[in-house]
Each structure stands twice: as structure tokens, then as C-alpha cells.
Write a protein that binds this ligand. Structure first.
Ligand code: KIV
Ligand code: ZN
Length: 516
């Protein structure tokens, strides 16, 4: 039997801290879709957002709270009554709601940001927790910038909020400053000094500024922490948060050392990572642990030789254990709708009839252009068809002339709210010309922050997957598109980013009320 003391709770903050990072913003449908996947993955708590930040954030947290019944649903709130009321309003319909409230505890933050005394901040922390406890018995408190705080003051604060009813106390390394041994010692110190610590679960939340977020989190659990806050693919503010897949696989692979377990169904890790990539267009680097393309491929002859003789020689975990499929041809021109539905089901996607119908039409179009259709091709179609956002702008056709003797020229036709518009664009290259045509037709001129193209699979007939990040109102909007013609993929990505900006504009007209 599993010992409950040895269980580490996984608190996923991809939809809150992760979503705050540049290029990772998601619309409500995408957030809900990801939340469903997180439920399937088996996370214990989903931090669904920061409800006071905007009407859009509020609505999205509430929708997740209503629809996701397995994991607990947390809403973030600063330590003030209005934030907490709003967070509660958003999560109250969850099967198991949680309010997560925070205030800084470091002198640096108190002096320069809050301009308040330690005494005042301690009082506000206690009042916030008491206020949240009036709504629910499931209250988490975080002393922000804990790792740069005075240890005695930090432990006084932890003790005080537990006395006020906090059931989880989270120790954030907000600026990613800690070193594993030191962070482990801080957790041990709190266990030693805080008298009522056994009444709460101690959690950690590490940022990756020094590349140590996962190591710090693991060091904390070795010293008594039993909740880890993390994100899929490690996305998050600046250098990101601790990557969930790395934490979970480290605890699982080295179970003999840690003696701890999580409730994560690891075979769903890869699919979750891919879904996030599809949604945000932000890819993981090929050598990323656990989910990178090369994470399980062995190039060295000596390693390959060892693996043939015995897998244990160079393999500490299997690709199957994280659900990484071998890339193989799945389907072709003659595959029927039933075969596609069956295959998608094997990949973990259970589509509604109308979704399947749309995917099938796109599949046939693609199969007419390219012989072999891979899992990755299906996933890119799936993303475009199932998670499609409302489209103000649509591509009708694109024709590009380029080469080393002509001025690259793109002629394009688009549909804008049902009306056809066309123009030609010029540039230093075909992509530049294509984007110029889009800007002219749509009469927009957002600055381009990032443009990338990758092949979805191998081979010269592979689909190109393009990502475009545009800057709008201090925020970034990412769009992406896939097509065997990389220029069409690029145009689709640009247009997708424009449609996302339209969506952001709409959600902003609901009013931004908080700062994140
Ligand atoms: O990094 C941080 O300190 C946070 C808190 C709100 C937990 O994200
Ligand atoms: Zn954070």
C-alpha cells in the first residue's frame, strides 16, 4: 500500500504562471482543452488563472472550475479582499475549489515595491488568509520572494498564516535565485522552526533563472515539501518554471532514492507537451529532457551497440513510459474516415462527429498533396480544426514569385468578415513579400517579434509548421499554421496571429482590472 506521507502533489500552473510568458497566451477554448488534458495526465491541482486580472481570465477560470471535475481548481489572488472575492467567485463551482493568495515577504519587495513594514505585511497576509478561509477550507498562501526573505520573518509568517487557517503554504523562489542545497536547507529550517507546520502541506514554486528550478524542487521534497508547483515544458515567467515532466520522471526513475510518488499517468506526458506546443507554437528544444525530439535517440555507435545488447546499458527510462510514439507512417490517400477516427483514438483524441468530419476533409486535402501522413501531420490538422478560434481574416489564395532575378512578389486574396479583398506585396524575400501583402490587405502593422518555420516530420514533402509572434498593446500574440508549402504555412500563421489579436481586443473590451 502507498504511504500518503510519501505522495507528492503536483500543482500545475501552466495556465497561470506559464500563460504569462511571452508568446504563451491562450484563449479560453485552448485553456479548457489543456485543462482536460491535465486532468487526463492526473495532476492534483490546476491553477487555472488569476481571476482579477481581466474579465477574460475570470470567465476562463470559472469555465474550467465548472467543467473539470477531477483535479482541484485554484484561482490566484493578491492578499486583498477584492482579489480574494473575485478568485472565490471564479472557482466556487469547482468540485474542489482552492484560493491561492500571496504577498511578498522579502525586505527588497517590502521596501521598493510594497513600501510597507514587515508588521503591516504580516497583518495583511493573516487578514487575507482569514478572509479566504471564510469561503473555503482549502486555502494556499505564498510568501513571494521567500528565498530572499529574512528566514525568521519568513518562518513567523508561515506560522501565522497556518494559525489563520492556510492548509498549504507555498515557498516560492520567485526570482530563481536559490541553489539546491541551500533551498533544501531552507525547507528543513521551516520544518524545524515553525511549530504548527504539520497542519499544512509545504509546497515549493521554483523559477528557472539559473537553470535550477527542477533541482531546487527535488531538493525541497527531500526535505519535507509535499507539493510541487510546475508547468508543462517548463514554460513561465522569464526562464520559466520547474518543468513538470522532469520532476515527475526524476521522482519515478529514482524512486529508490526519493521514496516518493506522484499521481501522474506518465504515459500521457508527451501528448500533453505536444498539445501545449500546438496551442502556443512555442517548441521545446530538441535536447529538452523527457519531451525533446532527441530525448530518447542514441547517435553514438558505442551507445547503439550497448542498446542492441541490453537496453539497460544506456536507457534509464523508456520512450513508451512518457508516451512518446515512434514516428511512423499512419495513413495515406486511401485511408477512410473510420481508420482516422480509430487512429486518433489511439493517440488519445476522442473527437465529436462534426470535428471528425472537418479533420477528415483536411486529411484528404493533405493526402492529395503528400503521400504519407504521420501522427504529427494529424496533430497539426487537429489543432487547426478542433481548436480553431473565431476567424475575422481568412486566406483565400496566395501566389508568390521569387528567385534571384525578380523582386519577390506575393499576390494574395483574403476574406475579411465575409468580404473578399486582394493586393500584392513586395519584399526582400518571399516571406517578407507575403507578410507585406497581408499587412496591406488587412490594413494592420503590428511589429513582428518572432517568425519560425520547422518541418513537422522528415522528408522534403514534409509540412512546414510556421509560428508568427506579433506585438499588440505590450502583449504578444502567437499564431501558427501548417502546410506542405512553407509560404502558405507562413501566411496562415500570420493570419492566425491577427485573429488572435482580434480575440484579445474583444476580451479586453470586457475591461482589464488587475496587473499580472
Ligand atoms: O513566482 C512567484 O512567486 C509566484 C507566486 C504568485 C506564487 O508565481
Ligand atoms: Zn511564479
Amino acid at each position: 500500500m502507498e504511504d500518503s506521507q510519501q505522495r507528492v502533489f503536483i500543482f500545475d500552473t501552466t495556465l497561470r504562471d506559464g500563460e504569462q510568458s511571452p508568446g504563451c497566451s491562450m484563449n479560453p477554448d485552448e485553456k479548457l482543452h489543456l485543462a482536460r488534458q491535465l486532468e487526463k495526465l492526473g495532476v492534483d491541482i490546476i491553477e487555472a488563472g488569476f481571476p482579477v486580472a481581466s474579465e477574460g481570465d475570470f470567465a476562463s477560470v470559472r469555465q474550467i472550475a465548472r467543467e473539470i471535475r477531477g483535479p482541484q481548481i485554484a484561482g490566484l489572488a493578491r492578499a486583498n479582499l477584492r482579489d480574494i472575492d473575485r478568485a472565490w467567485e471564479a472557482v466556487r463551482e469547482a468540485a474542489s475549489p482552492r484560493i491561492h493568495t500571496f504577498i511578498s515577504s522579502s525586505d527588497i519587495h517590502l521596501k521598493y515595491q510594497l513600501k510597507k513594514s514587515r508588521k503591516q505585511v504580516l497583518k495583511e497576509a493573516c487578514e487575507a488568509v482569514k478572509h479566504a478561509c471564510a469561503f473555503t477550507g482549502n486555502v494556499e498562501f505564498s510568501p513571494m520572494d521567500a528565498t530572499r526573505s529574512d528566514r525568521e520573518y519568513l518562518s513567523d509568517m508561515v506560522e501565522a498564516v497556518i494559525d489563520c487557517g492556510a492548509t498549504t503554504v507555498n515557498i516560492p523562489d520567485t526570482v530563481g535565485y536559490a541553489i539546491p542545497e541551500e533551498f533544501g536547507e531552507l525547507i528543513a529550517y521551516l520544518f524545524e522552526r515553525v511549530k504548527n507546520i504539520s497542519k499544512a502541506i509545504i509546497s515549493v514554486h521554483c523559477h528557472n533563472d539559473l537553470g535550477l528550478a527542477v533541482a531546487n524542487s527535488l531538493s525541497a521534497v527531500r526535505n519535507g515539501a509535499r507539493q510541487i508547483e510546475c508547468t508543462i515544458n517548463g514554460i513561465g515567467e522569464r526562464a520559466g518554471n520547474a518543468a513538470m515532466e522532469e520532476i515527475v520522471m526524476a521522482l519515478g526513475t529514482r524512486r529508490g532514492l526519493f521514496g516518493l510518488h506522484t499521481g501522474i499517468r506518465t504515459e500521457n506526458i508527451y501528448q500533453t507537451s505536444r498539445l501545449l506546443t500546438q496551442i502556443t507554437g512555442v517548441r521545446v528544444q530538441p535536447n529538452k529532457a523527457i519531451v525533446g525530439q532527441n530525448a530518447f535517440s542514441h547517435e553514438s555507435g558505442i551507445h547503439q551497440d550497448g542498446l542492441i545488447k541490453e537496453k539497460l546499458t544506456y536507457e534509464i527510462m523508456t520512450p513508451q513510459s512518457v508516451g512518446m510514439p515512434e514516428s511512423h507512417i499512419v495513413l495515406g490517400k486511401h485511408s477512410g474516415r473510420h481508420a482516422i477516427a480509430k487512429h486518433l483514438k489511439q493517440l488519445g483524441y476522442d473527437l465529436r462527429d462534426e470535428e471528425l468530419a472537418r479533420v477528415f476533409v483536411r486529411f484528404k486535402e493533405l493526402a492529395d498533396m503528400k503521400k504519407d501522413i504521420f501522427d504529427e501531420d494529424l496533430e497539426s490538422i487537429l489543432y487547426e480544426e478542433v481548436l480553431r478560434i473565431e476567424e475575422k481574416y481568412k486566406l483565400v489564395y496566395l501566389n508568390v514569385v521569387s528567385g534571384n532575378v525578380a523582386v519577390p512578389t506575393a499576390t494574395m486574396q483574403m476574406e475579411i468578415e465575409g468580404k473578399i479583398a486582394q493586393d500584392a506585396g513586395f519584399g526582400v524575400g518571399p516571406v517578407d513579400a507575403t507578410f507585406d501583402a497581408i499587412r496591406k490587405i488587412t490594413k494592420t502593422n503590428y511589429s513582428l517579434m518572432r517568425y519560425t518555420v520547422n518541418a513537422v516530420t522528415g522528408g522534403t514533402d514534409a509540412q512546414g509548421e510556421a509560428t508568427v509572434q506579433l506585438k499588440y498593446n505590450g502583449r504578444s500574440a502567437s499564431g501558427h499554421g501548417a502546410h506542405p508549402d512553407v509560404l502558405v504555412a507562413s501566411a496562415k500563421a500570420y493570419i492566425n496571429a491577427l485573429n488572435r489579436i482580434e480575440w484579445i481586443k474583444k476580451s479586453e473590451s470586457g475591461g482589464q482590472t488587475g496587473k499580472r
